[in-house]
Design a protein around this ligand. Sequence first.
Ligand code: HMG
Length: 440
Amino acid sequence: MCASISGFSKLSKSKKIDWIVDTYFSNAEDAKRILKQYWNSNDKLQQLHDEFIENTITNYYLPLGVAPNFLINEKLYTIPMAIEESSVVAAASKAAKFWMDRGGFKTQVISTTKIGQVHFMYYGSTENIKNYFNSIKSQLIEDAKPITKNMEKRGGGILDIELRDKTEYIEGYYQLHASFETLDAMGANFINSCLEQFSKTFKTEALTFDGFSEEEKNIQIVMSILSNYVPDCLVRAEVSCRVEDLNEDKNISAEEFATKFLQAVKIAEVEPYRAVTHNKGIMNGIDAVVLATGNDFRAVEAGVHAYASRNGIYSSLSHAKVENGIFTFWMEIPLALGTVGGLTGLHPLVKLSLELLHHPTAKELMQIVAVAGLAQNFAALRSLTTTGIQEGHMKMHLMNILNQFEATETEKATLTEHFKTNVVTHSAVVEAINQLRINN
Ligand code: HMG
């Protein structure tokens, strides 16, 4: 039976669970047991998790793995990755090890500017709104001082505010387009608070601006919100080596590998169907580190994909070339990340992940995350252009299939041994389990 409910949010956690299990589950006791199985026995820790979001009924675990041997700008890192997909951590680790022996990853933060906008409607003369904006701009910044003063002390704050005329798209639509430096904070709350203050000042002061007619004084604020599109919060990650040093695989020469690798990247540059999957592989690495370090992967995903479409066609985020016998593989991506604020000081595993990364600044974290994405892309392309993806992926996925069939530890050991020399496919594993069980 399905039902609606009023006042659900006001119920205690146990009453919420009672309502859910009684309303939706044929075996209410069983559902309740599963929900409780994932609670933490430490009440304080559980309460912390309960209070991260609303209407919490249990915890949803993701594995936290680590990928060692990342040499980034001559410094070694072990990178934490929170992800459910098998073979991602192994692929990152393998790429890290490969490039550690070839000079490691080189990275550079290109820019760190973040954006926020006040969207408003104004139906008067363009000249008059421009005059008003010019007369009020310094007061917009001044009125936000209570919000910005601490950030300014640390060296950040509001960088600029522009008036943007968008009336060619929507009649009467203008923006205050503001740029910010938020240092080690991702900055969403800071930016949104500034924007809401701008909108108050902007609307109120218009009422007494002499240069407006009575009608023009009525500025209608639609909304004030940061943008997750941050093309000027950009980081570059790169690897390079002599073509002949690419060789590790006996079945393909270094030159042939470099050629196929470049072709694979070029295809992703021009073919959106391929680019989406290519970039998904990059996001395997990026999201996993973003999550492990308590950052907002939805914001990162939205911003990165917008950036991948910036030239009017969805395209590869990474690029490769061979020049004078040197293979270079690189990527520039927008990443708005924080190492203070949000979950970073709250979630014990986030704190642990940040400590594992030597307490990075936001700029350092941008570089680490970009490297995880590039490494992941390298590993995936390497597999795709040599063995095919399934060999390695299925090798890592074997344990999931065995768990699906509730294999015992002895069965797991026998079948892991068996699949060291046999190709892993779902049906091959099923057949091998069945055979093993018949024989025993
Ligand atoms: P392999 O050569 O069979 O591994 O590769 P190996 O057993 O010879 O070990 C070599 C190294 O790999 C290890 O060194 C580890 O670094 C790592 P060691 O630790 O022994 O010194 N490694 C592991 N690390 C942790 N746990 C493990 C493990 N096994 C190896 N169990 C591997 C196997 C999966 C790494 C390789 O085949 C690979 O890189 N495959 C790519 C996998 C991949 O990209 N997965 C992502 C999911 S597929 C996807 O969603 C993206 C995609 O669609 C994107 C696109 O299309 O572009 C593909």
